[in-house]
Write a protein that binds this ligand. Structure first.
Ligand code: SME
Length: 160
């Protein structure tokens, strides 16, 4: 296992993801513990991109429950369909929110969060968790984030 991430700051965002994803794969390959893999993934994403908040919510019954994350403390439970995370779970699809104040029912864990992307993790067609990434800048996520994070969440699905 690599002890340090290689992060070239001169790269474009898409290139950074291309550099990072194989490193996350190497870091998690052979490790059977879900918490360990989710925790290192959250840390690697925050370290590479400096996101305000990055973490996982796990499906437990009728709710999402806070899992491994990096950043300020956050809401612990989110009901099905509620907020961006609950909507992504209900729709089993990625949600890109350029301005969280314009998203009906957005759950404000922090007033500093301005834009957000939520990517579901699907196992056998069922959402088992979501990745939530928040930025303190408006309109901070685009199709490059969506493409790379969806690819990463396909890897994450193998940990469940
Ligand atoms: N904003 C999210 C809640 C989670 S926090 O941002 C960490 C939502 O609306 O689902």
């Amino acid at each position: 296992m690599a002890e340090e991430l290689i992060l070239d700051t001169t790269l474009t965002k898409a290139e950074k993801y291309r550099q990072l994803l194989p490193q996350i794969e190497a870091l998690t390959t052979g490790e059977p513990d879900l918490t360990a893999n989710l925790a290192n993934t959250a840390a690697a994403l925050r370290q590479a991109f400096g996101f305000f908040w990055v973490g996982f919510y796990l499906v437990k019954g009728e709710e999402l429950v806070l899992g491994p994350f990096q950043g300020p403390i956050a809401c612990t439970r989110i009901r099905h369909g509620k907020g961006v995370c609950g909507a992504s779970w209900a729709q089993a699809t990625t949600l890109l929110v350029p301005d969280v104040e314009q998203f009906p029912g957005h759950i404000a864990c922090s007033s500093e969060s301005k834009s957000e992307i939520v990517v579901p993790i699907l196992k056998n067609g069922q959402v088992v968790a979501v990745l939530d990434v928040d930025s303190d800048q408006l309109n901070d996520f685009d199709s490059a984030d969506q493409h790379a994070l969806e690819q990463l969440m396909q890897l994450a699905a193998t940990w469940f």
